[in-house]
Design a protein around this ligand. Structure first.
Ligand SMILES: Nc1ncnc2c1ncn2[C@@H]1O[C@H](COP(=O)(O)OP(=O)(O)OP(=O)(O)O)[C@@H](O)[C@H]1O
Ligand SMILES: [Mg+2]
Length: 658
């Protein structure tokens, strides 16, 4: 959406650094939930929908993100949502995944054969060899070597295949997150902050990567070896096998406990790392203000606290792992002791062959070893589910200003703008900014919006550009509700230039061409000339090819505005919205732009917000806003002759000039 915006809001991270620090805990979480409820209700546009949405919002989308303790049903819903996402990511790879599974099963079978061959070698091969018949022993040794070779090849194939599946899946996920985050409306990003999106895209995807690269492999291998060993032991000697399997009872209890605790611990680490990234991004984005206002030490403290929290959350997770692995060892060693003692007694009694006992001790070792792996898997699984929970929440968010299901084509736009019973508030919990009003702006009219700061001028302008939908009523362009217009049509018809002009990394020409990507260099220069920007651009080291650097840092604020103007003129929209677009220009430049403005505005509908009355005077019509209401409406001359706010403003301005 921002591609069509000439000046998008660059500094609109709404969560303050201090807020990031205090957002933990249920209070922050509650308000986050209410906030997103509001976005939805604004989209739905009715009070009834708002009530339903609030109930739904407790777990939908990103609402449950900051909640530390989940109730049972919410947890179940979040898990189901994560599984659905994982399923949809895996589906394209189902064949390869099955193949990987077959390979890993084969590898385990081959591995299982080892101790069995040793048992046969001891019990049959060695006595036979001593009797002068080395055949069996040779076969056993040969078989053992063959198995080892096969295991190597199978391992190689598995790692290659699973690595490819994993990487494809992660690529898909990263693309989905980026595409979706870009599609979400401005109102969502005002609340969610770019730091959070970054942590979804980086640390959360990373933890899924850990699961895919190590966790899953270890888990399959371990599960298969536990099952395989159980079967082999049961066939070798059922009584001894039962003794080993008896250890399962405490083991299962331990696993349950571990799962519960580690899931909780990892929800904590995910939340903590996200907050660290948010804080970091915010500090770096606002580095000028941070240094200018000496906020470094305060930021350092906030960061220190967050880092402490992250470390504590991780330490907690490791404590759980430590307890689990050591208890598994205890169970394993007790089992082994029981097997050796009881087995030796039975060997002495002649009920058991020595080779079988030797195989059993090997198997018991191997039987308990995988539980370390299983613990590691459960660990990365817990971390990945917490991450998936958050990613799936972000992916589930719907744009607050969605694309229409049934778009009405605009065709040739004339630029007739109508506000039909429009009422607006930013969210269900914030006060009404624009009380219900009707307004008709005929095509071609230039309307100046005047009023005190906070009166609602920018809000009204943003409704024309459909950055938000009205809470009630409709904004119409040529009689078509903006909600029925496709994004592409809308951005072609309505262009907004604001005070915060966002320039992208690239040349000046590229940045102007954003208004119309197909424009030739001649057209770009013509647009720059029209707004009086040509001189300064030509004087830059590389002229139009000069790199503007990150956010246009190479240019002055006034120069950035000129570039944004040229962009808008090149876009040639039917409706132009200028929100304090000339505020950074010096008086001569503003005169220059104003000269151009008059010719350019003549052929289109325009909404101009400007604090300088010289700019307002070129309008056909002035609307004075007060507390979101239109209190005066007329031509500049009419209003000056009256006795209202505008007349007073004009008198003060004229006196200041004298
Ligand atoms: N994203 C937002 N979320 C919630 N409230 C907002 C948001 N943006 C603006 N407001 C509120 O809406 C009201 C109108 O703001 P608006 O930006 O439209 O004022 P304005 O007339 O453009 O003022 P200015 O001349 O200072 O630019 C203000 O009270 C403001 O606090
Ligand atoms: Mg404003």
């Amino acid at each position: 959406m921002s591609a069509g915006t000439v000046g998008s809001e660059s500094g609109s991270e709404s969560e303050s650094p201090a807020g990031a620090g205090s957002a933990a805990g249920s209070a922050g979480a509650g308000s986050a939930g209410a906030g997103s409820a509001a976005v939805r209700s604004a989209g739905a546009g009715s009070a009834g929908a708002a009530a339903v949405a609030t109930v739904e919002e407790e777990w939908r989308g990103v609402a449950a993100e900051d909640v530390e303790e989940l109730d049972h049903t919410t947890g179940v819903k979040l898990k189901a949502r994560s599984r659905k996402l994982l399923g949809s990511l895996l589906r394209p790879h189902s064949r390869a995944a099955v193949l990987a599974l077959v390979i890993v099963i084969a590898e385990n079978l081959v591995n299982l054969a080892g101790p069995l061959l040793i048992a046969v070698a001891i019990d049959r091969g060695v006595p036979a060899a001593l009797a002068g018949q080395p055949g069996v022993l040779t076969w056993c040794v040969g078989g053992y070597v063959g198995c080892a070779l096969a295991a190597t090849v199978l391992r190689w194939a598995f790692v290659r295949l699973s690595g490819r599946i994993g990487q494809d899946l992660l690529l898909d996920l990263r693309e989905r997150i980026f595409r979706h985050a870009q599609r979400l409306s401005v109102s969502f990003h005002e609340k969610y902050t770019s730091g959070k999106v970054i942590s979804r895209l980086t640390s959360d995807v990373d933890s899924l990567q850990d699961l895919l690269e190590q966790g899953l492999d270890g888990f399959f291998t371990s599960m298969l070896s536990v099952i395989g060993i159980s079967i082999v032991m049961l066939t070798l000697d059922p009584p001894l096998a039962m003794a080993v399997l008896f250890g399962f009872v405490p083991l299962l209890m331990l696993i349950r406990w571990f799962q519960r605790r580690s899931t909780r611990a990892y929800r904590g680490t995910r939340g903590a790392i996200a907050k660290i990234i948010v804080q970091f991004v915010e500090t770096m984005n606002g580095i000028r203000a941070v240094q200018a206002f000496r906020r470094e030490s305060r930021n350092k403290n906030i960061m220190g606290e967050l880092n402490d929290k992250f470390r504590d959350a991780n330490t907690d997770a490791f404590k759980v792992v430590a307890t689990f692995t050591s208890l598994v060892r205890v169970i394993g060693n007790v089992s082994l002791a029981v097997i050796v003692a009881w087995g030796a007694y039975r060997v002495a009694d002649g009920q058991l062959e020595l080779g079988v006992l030797a195989a059993f001790t090997l198997y018991v070792r191997r039987f308990y070893d995988p539980f370390d792996e299983i613990a590691m898997f459960a660990n990365s699984y817990a971390s990945a589910t917490a991450a998936l929970e958050k990613i799936s929440g972000l992916l589930e968010e719907e744009p607050a200003v969605p694309e229409p299901d049934d778009p009405v084509p605009l065709g040739d736009v004339r630029g007739h703008v109508t506000f039909d019973g429009v009422e607006f508030r930013y969210s269900a919990t914030t006060p009404v900014v624009l009380p219900p009003f009707d307004l008709a702006v005929p095509a071609g009219q230039t309307v100046a919006l005047v009023g005190a700061t906070g009166a609602g001028k920018s809000t009204l302008a943003k409704l024309v550009g459909r950055f938000y939908d009205p809470s009630h009523g409709a904004v119409l362009l040529d009689g078509v509700d903006l909600r029925s217009v496709t994004d592409a049509d809308l951005r072609r018809a309505v262009v907004m230039v604001t005070q915060e002009n966002f320039l992208f990394d690239g040349s000046v020409a590229d940045n102007i061409a954003l208004g119309r990507p197909t424009a030739t260099r001649a057209e770009i220069e013509e647009a720059a000339r029209a707004v009086g920007a040509h001189e300064f651009i030509a004087a830059l080291p590389d002229g139009y090819d000069t790199d503007v650097r990150k956010r246009g840092g190479r240019l002055s604020a006034g120069q950035r505005q000129m570039v944004a103007f040229a962009r808008a003129f090149l876009a040639d929209p039917a409706v132009l919205v200028l929100d304090e677009a000339t505020s950074s220009l010096d008086v001569p430049s503003e005169r220059l732009v104003q000269g151009a403005l008059e010719t350019v505005l003549a052929s289109r509908t325009a909404f101009i917000i400007a604090h300088r009355l010289s700019t307002v005077m070129i309008a056909d019509r002035v609307l004075v806003l007060d507390g979101g209401r239109v209190v005066e409406d007329g031509t500049p001359e009419e209003l000056i002759d009256g006795r209202g706010q505008f007349a007073a403003l004009h008198t003060a301005w004229r006196d200041s000039l004298a």
